[in-house]
Design a protein around this ligand. Structure first.
Ligand code: 4AD
Ligand code: MG
Length: 428
C-alpha cells in the first residue's frame, strides 16, 4: 500500500513501507511521520502496540527504513487527512549516524552537496512529482495530436544555438560537441514523418550563474512540416495550456504542499496569450524603468518587466534577425527581423519557449550560414533538406525545468531536476 492510496482504506489495516521522516512524543503517545515517495503519513503509537514497536517509535533515527502496519483513520487535522493507528513497526535498516540533513534550515551549498539525500526531503518530493506530470502532459499532448516521438543525437558535429555555449569533446581525434538542441535533426525527421517531437537532455556551456540557467537541461522540441509561424504559436499556446491543466488536475496535492494556488495558474492560461513584437516589447520594458535598446537581448530584468506588464504568458515575436540563430526564416515584409517568437512565462519565470519558422530555400540558408560565419561542410546534410522536397516548416523548444519552476512556483530551476548541472557543480 502507498500513502497516496490511504483514503480508499479507512478502517482497514495496511502495510506501508517507507522511511522515518520525523517523530515526537506527547505523554504516553508517540508519533512517527513516515514517507514512502507518494506522501507522508503520521502514525500514532500507543502502549497498546507491542512493546518493541513502542520502544522503536522512540529510538529509531531519522531516515530509518521500515515496514509499518496500522489501521487507517480519517482525521481532518492530520496532514493529508489520514492517520495510522500503528500495530507494528519492523525496521529494515537503522542508520548508525545522524542523517546529515536535519529538519532545521541548511545553506544552499550544503544542500546541493547532499543533493542525493536532499531529494528525499520536504519540497523536493512534490517538485519532482510535478516534473513527472509535466513530462507526461507533454507526451500526452503530442500523442493525441498524432505526433511521432523520435530521437536526436547527443554527440554532434555542429552548433545550433551559437558557438559560444558549446561543450567540445574529442571524438576519436575529431572535434565533436554535446548537442545544444535536437532541432536540426528534427527538421530532417519532420520531412520524413510529418509531425515529430522529442524530449531529451541538451547541453549549454553557460558561463552565467543565474537561477534560470543549467548547463544540462531537458528540452521538449517539436517540428512540423507545412507549419508556418502563426500555426507554430497556436501549437505552443495549446501545449502550454494543456500542461498547466493536466498538472493541476493530477498533482493537486503536490501543488498544495508547495503552497501553489492552482487557480492562479489556471487564470494565467485561460485567456489567449499576449503577443507583442520585439520592438513593442522594448518600449514596454523601457516604460517599466528597465533600460534596453533595440537590438539588445532580453536580460532577466527585461523579461520580468514584460511578465509583470502582462500577468500572463506573452509571445515576443519578430526579433532582429542578427540576435537570433542562423536557421530562422526572415519575415517576408522585413528581412531585418526573423519569423520567430519567445514565450515569456508569467511571474518572472523567464523565457520558457524559443521557436521559429525555418529557412526553407538553399539560397537563403547558404547566405545565412555565411552571414553567421559558419562553415558549410558540417551542415551539408542540413542544406540537403532544402535541396529535395523543401517545405515551409516550423518548430520550437520548451525548457522543461523553467516550465516546472513556473508551475511549481519555485524560484530556482536547480530544484526542478534531480541532479542539476551548473557552472560550478558536477557533484553529486
Ligand atoms: O531558446 P532556445 O535556445 O531554443 C533552441 O534551442 C531552439 N533550437 C529550440 C527549437 O526551436 N527547437 O532554448 C529553448 C528553451 C528556452 O526557451 C528555455 O526555456 C530553455 O530552452 N533553455 C534553458 N533552460 C535551462 N538552462 C539553460 N541554460 C537554458 N537555455 C535555454
Ligand atoms: Mg531562446
Amino acid at each position: 500500500m502507498y500513502v497516496e492510496e490511504l483514503s480508499q482504506h479507512v478502517g482497514q489495516e495496511v502495510l506501508i513501507q517507507g522511511w522515518l521522516f520525523n517523530k515526537r512524543s506527547s505523554g504516553k503517545v508517540r508519533f512517527v511521520i513516515v514517507r514512502d515517495g507518494t506522501g507522508w503519513v503520521q502514525g500514532v503509537v500507543t502502549p497498546a502496540a507491542d512493546e518493541e514497536t513502542f520502544e522503536l517509535a522512540e529510538r529509531l533515527p531519522q531516515e530509518s527504513s521500515l515496514r509499518l502496519w496500522g489501521v487507517v483513520r480519517a482525521d481532518a487535522r492530520a496532514p493529508g487527512g489520514f492517520e495510522l493507528d500503528v500495530r507494528r513497526i519492523q525496521p529494515i535498516h537503522i542508520p548508525k549516524e545522524p542523517f546529515p540533513i536535519g529538519l532545521k534550515e541548511h545553506g544552499v551549498g550544503f544542500l546541493m552537496d547532499h543533493r542525493h539525500l536532499w531529494i528525499r526531503m520536504g519540497k523536493q518530493v512534490p517538485l519532482l512529482r510535478i516534473r513527472d506530470a509535466v513530462l507526461w502532459a507533454i507526451r500526452d499532448f503530442f500523442k493525441r495530436r498524432g505526433f511521432v516521438a523520435t530521437e536526436t543525437p547527443i554527440l554532434v558535429g555542429t552548433s545550433v544555438e551559437g558557438t559560444t555555449t558549446l561543450f567540445p569533446l574529442d571524438y576519436f581525434g575529431r572535434q565533436a560537441f554535446l548537442s545544444q538542441s535536437g532541432q536540426l535533426y528534427l527538421e530532417a525527421t519532420c520531412l520524413a514523418l510529418g509531425k515529430v517531437y522529442w524530449i531529451g537532455p541538451v547541453f549549454r556551456a553557460e558561463k552565467s550563474k543565474t537561477r534560470r540557467h543549467l548547463t544540462e537541461f531537458w528540452m521538449a522540441e517539436a517540428e512540423v512540416a507545412f507549419l508556418e509561424h502563426e500555426g507554430n504559436l497556436t501549437l505552443q499556446e495549446e501545449l502550454v495550456r494543456h500542461i498547466v491543466e493536466a498538472v493541476v488536475a493530477e498533482r493537486a496535492r503536490e501543488l498544495a504542499q508547495l503552497k501553489r494556488d492552482p487557480e492562479v495558474l489556471l487564470a494565467q492560461v485561460r485567456e489567449p496569450f499576449a503577443r507583442v513584437t520585439y520592438a513593442e516589447a522594448v518600449e514596454i520594458v523601457n516604460a517599466h524603468g528597465v533600460e534596453m535598446s533595440y537590438g539588445d537581448d532580453f536580460g532577466a530584468p527585461a523579461e520580468d518587466a514584460l511578465s509583470a506588464h502582462f500577468g500572463r504568458p506573452v509571445f515576443v515575436e519578430r526579433f532582429p534577425a542578427k540576435i537570433k540563430p542562423f536557421y530562422m526564416k526572415r519575415a517576408p515584409d522585413d528581412p531585418q527581423v526573423a519569423l520567430c517568437a519567445d514565450l515569456i512565462a508569467p511571474e518572472g519565470y523567464g523565457e520558457i519557449i524559443g521557436g521559429s519558422q525555418r529557412v526553407d530555400t538553399e539560397e537563403e540558408l547558404l547566405a545565412q550560414l555565411e552571414e553567421y560565419g559558419l562553415p558549410r561542410e558540417p551542415y551539408e546534410w542540413y542544406i540537403d533538406l532544402r535541396r529535395w522536397g523543401s517545405v515551409p516548416h516550423s518548430g520550437f523548444g520548451l525548457g522543461v525545468e523553467r516550465t516546472v519552476a513556473w508551475i511549481a512556483g519555485t524560484r530556482h530551476i536547480r530544484e526542478t531536476i534531480p541532479f542539476p548541472r551548473l557552472l560550478d557543480r558536477l557533484y553529486p
